[in-house]
Each structure stands twice: as C-alpha cells, then as structure tokens.
Design a protein around this ligand. Sequence first.
Ligand code: PEP
Length: 244
Amino acid sequence: MRGKLVVGNWKMNGGLAANAALLGELTSGWIGTQGREVAVCVPYPYLMQAQAALAATPIAWGAQDVSEHAAGAYTGEVSAAMLVEFGCRYAIVGHSERRQHFGDTDEVVGAKARAALAAGITAIACVGETLAEREAGTTESVVLRQLDAVLRAVAGEAPKLVVAYEPVWAIGTGRTATPEQAQEVHATLRQRLRAAGAGTVSLLYGGSVKADNAKTLFAREDIDGGLIGGASLKASEFLAIARA
Ligand code: PEP
C-alpha cells in the first residue's frame, strides 16, 4: 500500500535513559494522521522498551536487521519470530552499513526480506549506490540489481515490502541527493516494482534528510517518505520531518 511513511533508524545509538526521553518526546509530540505513519527502528535490546512506550500510540517500531534463518545455531542472530514477540511492524534489511561492514550480499538481503515478510513483518529493503558507482554512471544498474535480488526472493509477496533508496554517499555525510536525483532513481525503482506487480509499494528516500530539506524531497512524485538516521535521534527534528 503506497502510504506516506517516515522511519527513524537509530543505528547503534541510545541508552535506557536517553531512549525514555526521546520516546516520551515523540509520543507527546506526534499526532497520527490518516494515511501517514511514523516508526522507529531501534537496537534489538531496546525493542521491549520501545514496545512499552509506543504500544498505545500511533507510532510503530521495528528492528534494524533480521536473520534470514528461522532458528538454531546462529550465534548473535535474531529471528523474525523473535521480533514478532516484541511487536515489531518493521525490519530494515540491506542497509548499506550492513552490506559494507557485515558482508550482507544481495542474496542474504533477499533472504532476510523473505524471512521478515513470512513472519508478518514489513521488510524495509534498502538499495543505493556508492559515490564511485554514481560517478561511473552505474547507479541504475546497481539499485536494480539490489532490488531484483529482493524481488526474486520474496516473489509474490513483493507488494508487502517497503523499499528505501539510500545513496551511500549521502548517508551520515550531510550531503543529500537533490530532489531531482532522488526522484530519478525512485522513478526507475517504481517502474521495476510495477513490472513485478508491486507498484503500490512505499518508496522512501534516505540520506541526510533534515527538517529543512524533507519537504522538497517528499514533494516529488515517487518519494513516499523517508528513512532517517541522525535526525531521528532528536525528537523535534524527527517530528518536523514526519510532518513534512
Ligand atoms: C540511514 O542510516 O538510513 C540514514 C539515512 O542516515 P542519515 O539520515 O544520518 O544520513
């Protein structure tokens, strides 16, 4: 369903006291509106805290990754079934930091998306090119390769995905894609999703989104919202983005 969605990715940040303050400010500041959803993806140990703070609010929560395996000898991994027990609605898969630092391949990302969807969790599948890939003119082929791996893995379940375009060169750098650059890639992704029978998937943009650039990005035809890293750690900034 092509709804408007803004998701915070806390990354490996937080602590019980700081989270309580942030979650408190978010819940007191956000009034949900029809067709617009807000969620935060928190580190695994804080899922229970997020669940307790957000369960009675319009704000959803989720995880930043999920195992492609169901159970067993996978030390350090967390399964989709476990995330369900903590009320997760979302799981990010294929974030560029996972691809870069933890070796998540396109195939692994696809398997993670499949595992999430099979458990009833919406996988937020991230795609995006590096600066070198953009400069080499391969942006389109890179993001389509990444998206195709997810589409192959989830097959007929593709309409249940959310897809996030996050140019690697814009993540945490303060350098945002222009609305035109972002829209161009989103249109390409939308076309591929349509061909897979999933044209109504929400397509998020991520990469140094702030309160002052969110509106112009979100105004573009194929941009349905954002995946927000650094700016999601400050309630006033994140809420301003969500309102945009
Ligand atoms: C992210 O981590 O998904 C992200 C987009 O980070 P930032 O907003 O800090 O660039």
